[in-house]
Design a protein around this ligand. Structure first.
Ligand code: TPP
Ligand code: MG
Length: 553
């Protein structure tokens, strides 16, 4: 057996023994041995894509939803560089990825040899570990090296701080199997594997949160152990301020309009928190971020003590686990939050329901409400995730994901496809038109590849709608050209080019029908950026006014 084939076979086998179930690969020659070993391995589900950027976001989506490492494989050169955005997102949002890049052997580097770039530590500081594996050779000891390396890569990607691991794999020719099965030592691993068993450390000591009724639980992106903390907060009589992608906006204690409540200074003055506990990374609402600073104690719960989210540098304590104690007392604190929340929510709903017309925030709200139990929603950066945050009513039984590590508008079609496949049930994605167009290649799926049950709901406001809500909107001369960035792409034709069903959602009453479809499909909802900005201003004004009236302020 040639060394390239031996390394590829052993690596794939060992990763499978660790628990690898899904691999995404893009074609190339330097990675041929890996591609063929993956093709032979019946225990992994292989996904093949031609665009490495889309391939890596597909892997990200699969890993994000499943919580297990997913491998992504490519050839040398710019192919590997195209993984960079997904690696960055995985690094920032804590998604386990195994990034396997094929490379030229050292003697071909820095010589002008074809398709050769410097791939060592290609992703800079955006990995948990980056390893230059070394050219495989036929000599005793290599099997232990490769198997222990694979075990280690798997565990570093997963515990205790999930994220991307990069193995740069130099292959010397021959790159494809030569039919010879002999090798200088047994290639098999010891049964049943993995080669190195890693026992995760039990989390450090539990932090005891100071007892108080005046506490708030904030749940942001990437939160873990959500149910336990929501239950504890409920017992303590705390409101839960949950960003949709924190998946804690359910039950009696969940608020839905904190973005508006916390934008009213009189409300904030009267609702001074003694303790705020945050899970995950909050980052959708400026008023909520400012509120974190007002807490006497801000406890950040994080799986890793090596990094923790503290976006406004308000953390006073950081712990892997926290105990929120039950304290006796009346429910005045919680009731005050809930009643004000209801007032704000009703005011927002009234604005949204004035007519049956389709609007961006109403579509977000109604999509989240109408999704069948058990379904998944991926919301794109820009307005989709913010609209959900501002309008979604609390509910159970759905899962919401967003790429909030780096908040890119890239790779979202692929992330949605991957997440939907790992979810294995009905799935929806709410995407802006630019986000959709950015990853059109996510729609390029070969005939032998699995297609998920996923509706890509595209809010087409012909450009970047979020910018109409930002200060640059006042610069009318430059605005359209450099921020609005309109395009002239016909989404029905995009769907047709990919052979996908397309539906235009004209008014809100068409939503149920659109949602009832099956398979991979595109739904377009056309909106207007200026009207959307005006509607958001009305939502905010109505909510703030209602809260002030409620407070008698
Ligand atoms: C990869 C990347 N490029 C640029 C940006 C900056 N950006 C943030 S929102 C946005 C506009 C997005 O437009 P669209 O997806 O149509 O959503 P809308 O704002 O209309 O809701 C841009 C360009 C980004 N976040 N990510
Ligand atoms: Mg748009």
């Amino acid at each position: 057996m040639n060394p390239a084939t031996a390394l590829a076979t052993v690596l794939v086998d060992e990763l499978t023994r660790c628990g690898l179930t899904d691999v995404v690969m893009a074609p190339g020659s330097r990675s041929a041995a890996l591609a063929m070993a993956l093709f032979e391995q019946s225990k992994v589900r292989l996904h093949v894509r031609i665009d490495e950027r889309s391939a890596s976001f597909l892997a990200l989506g699969l890993a994000k939803r499943s919580g297990r490492p997913v491998a992504v494989v490519c050839t040398s050169g710019t192919a590997a560089a195209n993984f960079h955005p997904a690696v960055v997102e995985a690094h920032e949002s804590g998604v386990p990825l195994l990034v396997l890049t094929a490379d030229r052997p050292p003697e071909l580097r820095e010589t002008g040899a074809n398709q050769t770039i410097d791939q060592m530590k290609l992703y800079g500081s955006a990995t948990r570990w980056s390893c230059e594996v070394g050219v495989p050779e036929e000599r005793p000891g290599m099997v232990a090296y490769w198997r222990s390396l694979a075990s280690r890569a798997w565990h570093v990607a997963l515990d205790p701080d999930p994220g991307p691991v990069h193995l740069n794999l130099a292959f010397r020719e021959p790159l494809v199997p030569d039919g010879d099965e002999s090798w200088c030592e047994p290639l098999d691993g010891d049964a049943p594997g993995p080669w190195t068993k890693v026992r995760a450390a039990t989390p450090g000591s539990v932090l005891h949160v100071p007892p108080t009724r005046r506490g708030v639980l904030v749940v942001g992106d990437g939160a873990v152990n959500v149910k336990r903390y929501v239950a504890a907060a409920s017992m303590a009589g705390w409101p839960v301020l949950a960003e949709p992608n924190g998946n804690a906006r359910y039950g009696d204690h969940a608020l839905s309009s904190h973005h508006f409540l916390l934008g009213v200074p009189e409300f904030v003055e009267r609702h001074h928190p003694e303790v705020v506990v945050t899970l995950g990374k909050p980052g959708l609402s400026r008023p909520l971020l400012s509120y974190l600073r007002r807490a006497e104690e801000h406890v950040v719960v994080t799986p890793s003590l090596a990094r923790w989210p503290d976006p406004v540098r308000s953390a006073t304590q950081v712990a892997q686990e926290a105990e929120i104690p039950v304290v006796s007392g009346d429910d005045a604190w919680l009731k005050a939050w809930r009643s004000a929340d209801l007032v704000a929510r009703n005011a927002v709903d009234a604005v949204l329901d004035e007519t049956g017309e389709l609007s961006e925030p109403r579509l977000a709200r109604d999509l989240a409400s109408a999704m069948p139990g058990g379904s998944l929603l991926l919301a794109a950066a820009s307005m989709p995730i913010r609209d959900l945050d501002q309008t979604m009513h609390p509910r159970r039984g759905i899962r919401i994901l967003a790429n909030r590590g780096a908040s890119g508008i890239d790779g979202l079609v692929s992330t949605a496809v991957g997440a939907a496949m790992a979810h294995g049930n009905r799935a929806f994605a709410l995407l802006g038109d630019l986000a959709f167009l950015h990853d059109q290649n996510g729609l390029v799926i070969g005939p032998q590849d699995h297609r998920p049950d996923l509706a890509l709901v595209v809010v087409n406001n012909a450009g970047g709608g979020i910018f109409s809500l930002l200060p640059q909107a006042a610069f009318s001369e430059s605005f359209e050209r450099v921020f609005g960035t309109p395009h002239q792409v016909d989404l029905a034709s995009v769907a047709a080019a990919h052979g996908l069903p397309y539906t235009r959602l004209e008014a809100m009453d068409g939503l149920t029908k659109v949602m009832a479809g099956e398979g991979l499909r595109i739904v377009e909802a056309r909106t207007d950026r200026a009207a959307n900005a005006a509607l958001h201003a009305r939502m905010r004004d109505a909510a703030h006014e209602a809260v002030r009236a409620f407070l008698g302020a």
